[in-house]
Ligand binder design. Structure first.
Ligand code: CA
Length: 279
């Protein structure tokens, strides 16, 4: 992220009373405390009318963004905040879905390459040579920085007895069996597959915010809402509450419709049964 982006995100957090959480929870830029419930947010800022997303946009982003609420700051050329849009997870769902559909064939092609029978001993021998036991250098050759030191150690399944103080013997992990190396090889292949099926920075374009594409106009509960910058933190809370209520109502309607269908079905079956008896 550029310094400017970082600065603007900090400003948005401050303005809307959002908190930054643990950095390791990648993808959660901020959380809103809504009466004790933590609402995860994705923050974006832009100086144009569209928004850039991420460099290697793939399955991981789709997974992480599916339940995120969105706050988008539109800045002018002097870096002044002009307006802010709030979108619920439902608001962004059509966009995320469209990207998902777009990369799906790539994922299917690459997944096909991982079918059983591809990652086998001959492939392992081709890469690392034929050995009974492989050491950590071999494993690093395959997994590179995708594993931490801890993980490299944890994956070891070949042990050696080592005598320590007072003739106590401990099992010291020293390396990896062929089977374990195949597992590591498969993890690497999965990583390459995921990396191969990403998009380079798909934009959320201006039409998605105006309702010409995506979730529609103001009448639609899932549309983008302009946050009142005179009362930003309070208004954002209201908008989030509203969105959550709408979702609840939509869910209830679906459930009620299902129930009515079930009762109708039951009724019709009973009637049919009675008619049969009359015959
Ligand atoms: Ca962000």
């Amino acid at each position: 992220m550029s310094v400017q982006d970082d600065k603007r995100e900090n400003q948005l957090r401050k303005l809307f009373h959002l908190e930054k959480r643990d950095e390791s929870r990648i993808g959660t830029d901020a959380v809103l405390d809504l009466d004790g419930v933590e609402i995860p947010f994705e923050l974006k800022s832009t100086t144009t009318d569209s928004v850039t997303t991420a460099r290697d946009f793939g399955k991981e982003h789709i997974r992480k963004w599916k339940n995120k609420h969105w706050l988008i700051g539109f800045y002018d050329k002097k870096q002044e905040l002009e307006r802010c849009l709030y979108g619920s997870p439902e608001t962004m769902a059509p966009w995320i879905k469209s990207i998902e559909e777009y990369i799906k064939p790539d994922i299917q092609i690459l997944e096909g390459l991982l079918r059983p029978g591809v990652i086998t001993l001959p492939l392992l021998y081709k890469i690392l040579g034929q050995q009974e036991v492989y050491d950590i250098k071999d494993a690093i050759k395959i997994q590179k920085r995708q594993f931490s030191n801890e993980q490299y150690k944890k994956m070891m399944d070949v042990f050696e007895d080592r005598v320590v103080r007072r003739n106590k013997v401990i099992k010291q992990p020293i390396g990896y069996s062929r089977q374990r190396m195949l597992e590591i090889l498969e993890l690497r292949c999965r990583y390459l597959v995921d990396r191969g099926s990403t998009l380079n920075n798909p934009h959320i374009n201006a039409k998605y915010f105006t309702g010409e594409e995506g979730p529609g106009t103001d009448l639609n509960s899932a549309s983008w809402k302009t946050v009142d910058l005179d009362n930003p933190a309070e208004h954002l809370k209201e908008l989030v509450k509203e969105a959550l209520q709408q979702k609840q109502i939509a869910f209830q309607i679906i459930e009620e419709t299902k129930l009515v269908e079930e009762i109708t079905e039951e009724f019709l079956q009973q009637e049919a049964g009675e008619e049969d008896e009359e015959d």
